[in-house]
Structure formats: C-alpha cells, structure tokens
Design a protein around this ligand. Structure first.
Ligand SMILES: Nc1nc2c(c(=O)[nH]1)N[C@H]1C(S)=C(S)[C@@H](COP(=O)(O)O)O[C@H]1N2
Ligand SMILES: [Mo]
Length: 176
C-alpha cells in the first residue's frame, strides 16, 4: 500500500468509533395502542377506540419548547384523555392507604424514549390536570412522525421533554 493510501485507511479506522457512537436520532414506529402494566389491577392494552371511550380533553394552544429553550413549531391544540383518567380506568393496585404516593408513573415510546411522573404530581398537583394521552392535533389525527399517539404535559416549563411521541406504554412502579 502506498503511503497516502495507508494514511487514508488509518484515518478511516480512527473515525469508525466516532461513527458508531454518534447516534442517529432514533425513529419510533407509530403507536396504535397504549399498554398499561405494573402496579395495576390488571394489565390492559387500550387501543384508540378504548381511549376514545374515556372523557375527551383539549389541551388548548400548547407550544412544544425544547429543554434548550428552542420553540418547536406553533401553538397547537391536542385532543386526548387525561393520563389520570387512564390510570383511574385501569385501577392502581394499592396495598395500603398510603401506597398511592409511592408510585412512579413511567411513560415509554417505541423509540426507547422514557419520561416519569409521580403519583402525587399527577393526582395532587395541577400538573395532572394537563397531562394528556393525545391522538389528534388541531383536529387532525397525528401523523407517523408524531407517533399517532403521544403524551403531552401542558403545564411543564419546558414542554418538549415530556412531549412523548410514539407513546406506547405506561408502567406503574411501586417504590419499595
Ligand atoms: N419518542 C420521543 N419523543 C420525544 C423525543 C424523542 O427523542 N423521542 N424528543 C423530545 C424532545 S428533546 C423535544 S424538544 C420534543 C420535540 O418535539 P417535536 O420534534 O415533535 O417538535 O419531543 C420530545 N419527544
Ligand atoms: Mo428537546
């Protein structure tokens, strides 16, 4: 191998690990249902029809603001159901009357994105009044990029982080 070719090969080899670790943003597969599991009375999978049987809520104009402070797009109205209504519908498995406040509610998306809420935050602060599992934005079904099903927490200072595209799972974790 001639020297320039050798140097070129070495350069490529040294760049390879960077290419492996520079993760391309994960793309989720569209979510068509919400599986609820963990400390619940019974595991359930709620499809869109089942979610739509719960009381619908509109977010009102809500802007997605990234943790960096950047505003993503315009203010949109999301339609869905309250996460608290989903949890009431499924029923939490409580072992004692002080058990509810031990619970952490984990929301997961098909691309591996995860966010958390506490039971207290959802049921004992006003934040819970604006946490929606949504299937519609400005009267239109969510597209595949938005996940078809998403979660949004309208009262967050930065709404981006807990705006969960491709939402497909809620897990109730009882902290021992
Ligand atoms: N499933 C999933 N949801 C996600 C993310 C992600 O990587 N995966 N990124 C979050 C971040 S960092 C921001 S700022 C917003 C951006 O939302 P938008 O791209 O739909 O405007 O989505 C959030 N929701
Ligand atoms: Mo973000």
């Amino acid at each position: 191998m001639r020297l320039p070719a050798l140097l070129f090969s070495l350069a490529l080899i040294s760049l390879a690990p960077a290419a492996v670790f520079a993760q391309a943003p994960a793309i989720g597969t569209p979510s068509h249902s919400l599986r609820v599991s963990g400390a619940v009375k019974a595991k359930v999978e709620l499809d869109l029809a089942a979610l739509k049987r719960l009381t619908p809520h509109d977010s009102g104009p809500t802007t997605v603001v990234c943790a960096s402070g950047a505003t993503m797009g315009k203010a949109d109205n999301y339609r869905g159901v309250l996460l608290t209504d989903v949890l009431k519908h499924v029923g939490l498995k409580l072992e004692g009357h002080k058990d509810d406040r031990r619970m952490v509610i984990v929301a997961r998306a098909t691309d591996g994105y995860v966010v958390t809420f506490s039971w207290s935050e959802l049921f004992n602060t006003t934040i819970g009044k604006e946490v929606l599992v949504a299937w519609e934005k400005d009267g239109q079904p969510l597209d595949a990029k938005e996940g078809q099903l998403l979660l949004i927490s309208g009262q967050d200072i930065k709404t981006g982080p807990r705006h969960v595209r491709w939402l497909d799972r809620i897990e109730v974790v009882r902290i021992p």
